[in-house]
Design a protein. Structure first.
Length: 374
């Protein structure tokens, strides 16, 4: 037998093995290089390639969760550190979903989870909730102190002033108390001044606990308040939402945006005066805004306290309260806002914020330090 022929199969086998090992080694090297590049340069290239990311606020440039945190993240340079080009536009929460659905904005602030679910169910807005700062309702119902409305049932035959619509938390509170919305009249108000609203002859006024009650106090207007928190109404406020298509196409960019935004929230909690000043700087540039330090300093005090007091110990701000969100949707279904309970689990992405905190209370920033330094 020719020795050269007998060695040929072995040579071919060895050669093939070497090729396979070489390819595997190259693949592993490429993966390692990719991972290394991700820590040192690729995230910046990736985030820059997305272009301008538009965020629409829920109410002007108010010092409120879901609004103040991106304002602070931009002002303190957190987005810049991650090579994110973020533009923050003033808006109004009930209308934000149309901008996100149309792709005119990538992120928005929502007033409550019920608001998001309703927008998705009615208009197929494609909103996904990423963060939830408020674990209760920010709204309440106010009546004059000398009113004969002693219980919610006493609203029957009365006039309730509304701005846009009756907030979902109040719809739940009334529905669970057996008060049908058709039992009272609703007057659409064109003023945000609560005293002026009552001067029009209304009997009750939906308010934000961090806004109108403070205005009434300053005006010496005595009132009583029906607070959904006192009625154990499951609700939420200060949500950050993203368009589902943008999330599907850019999950890492969304994660980086939230990382910087949550850092902005932590700064706002720890440095309230500096944070509110960033909002006031924005307000000063927004022609026609009626907000100022007299509204935003007390607003942040109230809403900050609600966020801090209702965030569970050992948990970072903004993590989704899944039980609470489910209860909120179930309650809204129970009072007839939804005919059947929507598949709300498809409208959230809790893993993004969970991963950012990684089981702790601080925003994980260290893995991105090289990007920031670069």
């Amino acid at each position: 037998m020719n020795p050269r022929c007998s060695d040929r199969p072995r040579t071919l086998i060895l050669t093939a093995a070497i090729v396979v090992l070489t390819l595997l080694a190259a693949a592993c090297t490429d993966d390692a290089a990719s991972d290394g590049a991700s820590a040192s340069g690729d995230p910046c290239e990736r985030n820059t390639a997305v272009g301008t990311i538009t965020v629409v606020t829920g109410f002007d440039f108010a010092a409120s969760p879901g609004i103040l945190d991106p304002i602070v993240a931009e002002a303190e340079g957190y987005y810049d550190e991650l090579c994110l080009d973020v533009e923050i536009q003033p808006g109004f929460a009930p209308q934000n979903h149309t901008l996100v659905a149309a792709g005119e904005a990538q992120f928005a602030n929502a007033g409550s989870f019920g608001e998001v679910v309703k927008a998705n169910v009615d208009g197929e807005a494609g909103l996904v909730v990423l963060a939830q700062y408020g674990k209760t309702a920010i709204e309440a119902l106010v009546v004059p102190a000398d009113s004969d409305i002693e219980t919610l049932a006493d609203l029957s035959g009365k006039i309730v002033g509304i701005k846009g619509d009756l907030p979902f938390s109040l719809q739940t509170m009334l529905g669970e108390a057996g008060v049908d919305r058709s039992s009272f009249d609703e007057l659409l108000l064109e003023t945000f001044d609560p005293v002026a609203g009552f001067d029009l002859g209304i009997d009750a006024l939906p308010v934000y606990k961090s806004n109108e009650p403070i205005q009434l106090d300053n005006a010496g207007f005595a009132y009583r308040m029906f607070d959904p928190l006192d009625f154990d109404v499951p609700s939420s406020f200060g949500l950050v939402v993203v368009g589902e298509e943008f999330l599907a196409e850019n999950p890492e960019v969304v994660s980086d945006f939230m990382r910087a935004t949550l850092r902005g929230m932590a700064f706002s909690v720890d440095n309230p005066d500096a944070a509110v000043q960033h909002a006031l700087d924005r307000i000063a540039t927004n022609e026609g805004s009626f907000l100022g330090d007299y509204t935003e300093i007390p607003r942040w005090q109230v809403e900050r306290d609600l966020v801090v007091s209702l965030t569970p110990d050992g948990e970072g701000y903004g993590r989704l309260d899944l039980d609470g969100l489910g209860a909120e949707v179930a309650a809204l279904t129970g009072v007839g806002v939804f005919d059947t309970e929507p598949d709300w689990q498809e409208m959230i992405a809790p893993e993004i914020v969970d991963d950012i905190y990684d089981g702790g209370t601080d925003v994980s920033w260290e893995p991105y330090q090289e990007v920031s330094d670069g």
